[in-house]
Design a protein around this ligand. Structure first.
Ligand code: NAD
Length: 421
């Protein structure tokens, strides 16, 4: 299916090929497992504040419908393309299967720069996007969530738009909503908290103490900011590097997270302008010595160019697809082994708690934050152990082990259901 192209989909295809070879999946089953079931592209006309009418392009890709509805985030980003959205949907499938959620993967988004839109324009883009998607989504068909460039407010607009067309409140159409409109406590923090939990387990595995560990975090949005704060506050890890798309900072003695968060809060969520002295080149930051490196922003930041120079002991992939297959090959060859917590495990806390939100909305029975966090940790613990065991048994890196577990579950579902008609 050549409608899926571009570097990010190529990467998902390549990774799948490696795992399919490892699992000895016959060629005639591979296409059915890899290619998305549905892809929707829509034109989103919006009246801008300056009087023009602009057309934005929106996408939704539903990867497989074998094990339940599809589930996935919504990305608002200037150069969003179908191939990228499809890759994210595919990864979401392996992730949901790995952690045992009854979903196929999906992903969607709008090619727009949310920071360049006024609040009214952002609301118009969000509402019209959801309205265009109504024929293709539903609480038992495809459930949306936030991703880069979207947040709780956008999810509230999605929920409201869908509900207005149904004639009653349908909270279970999206997750990552504000608690006041049916969201769950603990969802906003879930991805970052999950990363911190898994980093703690990885530190134990490699025999290091968290209070002696340092961390560099790329990305200071939902995922990166919570991961950094949880690593520092709950585990005593010293955060020595932080970056976003506007600035990068490094201080081997530790960065003052509260002051930086306050600065970002006051300046539209960005790090630029906080300090001149602590500034560092964004690429150089990734190769500074640290115990834990957390890429929590965009795809393809650990590449063949820098994989040989990483000086971390643990690579905790908060972002989706931060490490290219070429970089993986270099990391796997390195003698000074880097413990990789692969993305589909590392950032799975987000979709796990999204699943809890959906379950609570369907049941109209809400849990406490302690219950949410406890159940989250139980699922992460099981998945962490399964990946470690599979890696040991098969003699493969953690990424292949994690993907093998996910792909196998989807494949088993397809085989048992058979091919219709
Ligand atoms: P966000 O929009 O809240 O934040 C994104 C951050 O990345 C911002 O700080 C931005 O400045 C930074 N960034 C963007 N481009 C960058 C670049 N080139 N270099 C450095 N920093 C850059 O997004 P988010 O929700 O935190 O998502 C971050 C990553 O985590 C994405 O890969 C997303 O798919 C993944 N993820 C998110 C969730 C979730 O629950 N939000 C769950 C799982 C995975």
């Amino acid at each position: 299916m050549d409608i899926y192209s571009g570097p990010v989909f190529d990467m998902a295809r390549q990774q799948f090929g490696i795992v399919a070879d490892h699992l000895a999946i016959p060629d005639n089953e591979r296409g059915r497992l890899l290619y998305p079931k549905r892809a929707v592209a829509v034109a989103i006309p919006v009246n801008m504040d300056d009087g023009r009418t602009r057309i934005f392009t929106g996408y939704r890709v539903q990867h497989h419908l074998t094990l339940g509805p599809t589930k996935g985030g919504t990305r608002f980003a200037p150069r969003l393309e179908l191939g990228e959205v499809a890759a994210l949907a595919v990864w979401m499938s392996w992730k949901c299967a790995l952690v045992g959620l009854p979903y196929g993967g999906a992903k969607g988004g709008v090619a727009c720069d949310p920071r360049a839109l006024s609040k009214r324009e952002l609301e118009a883009v969000s509402r019209r996007y959801m309205q265009e998607m109504i024929p293709f989504v539903g609480p038992h068909t495809d459930i949306m969530a936030p991703d880069m460039g979207t947040n709780e407010q956008v999810m509230a607009w999605f929920m409201d738009t869908y509900s207005m067309f149904q004639g009653h409140a349908v909270a279970e159409i999206v997750t990552g909503k504000p608690v006041a409109v049916g969201g769950t406590v603990g969802r906003r923090e879930a991805t970052g908290r999950g990363i911190a939990y898994l980093v703690a387990r990885a530190l134990e595995t490699v025999g290091l103490k968290s209070v002696e560990a340092t961390a560099i975090v790329q990305g200071f949005g939902n995922v990166g900011s919570v991961a950094a704060a949880t690593l520092a506050r709950r585990m005593g890890v010293k955060v020595i590097g932080l970056a976003d798309h506007t600035a990068a900072y490094y201080d081997p003695n530790g960065l003052p997270l509260d002051a930086i968060a306050a600065h970002a809060g006051a300046y539209g969520g960005v790090l630029a302008g906080w300090s001149k002295e602590a500034s560092i080149d964004a690429n150089t930051l990734l190769t500074q010595p640290c115990t834990v490196l957390v890429p929590a922003a965009v795809e393809q930041v650990i590449t063949e160019k820098n994989a040989g120079q990483l000086k971390c002991r643990i690579l905790a992939e908060g972002a989706n697809g931060p490490t290219t297959p070429g970089a993986d090959a270099i990391l796997n060859r390195r003698q000074d082994e880097i413990f990789v917590i692969p993305d589909i495990l590392c950032n799975s806390g987000g979709v796990i708690v999204s699943y809890f939100e959906w379950v609570q909305d369907l049941q109209q029975l809400f849990w406490t934050e302690t219950e949410v966090n406890h159940r989250l940790e139980q699922i992460l613990e099981t998945a962490f152990r399964q990946v470690a065991r599979r890696g040991r048994n098969d003699g493969v890196p953690n990424r292949i082990a994690a993907m093998a577990l996910g792909v196998e579950k989807v494949r088993a579902g397809k085989q048992l259901r058979g091919l219709f008609p």
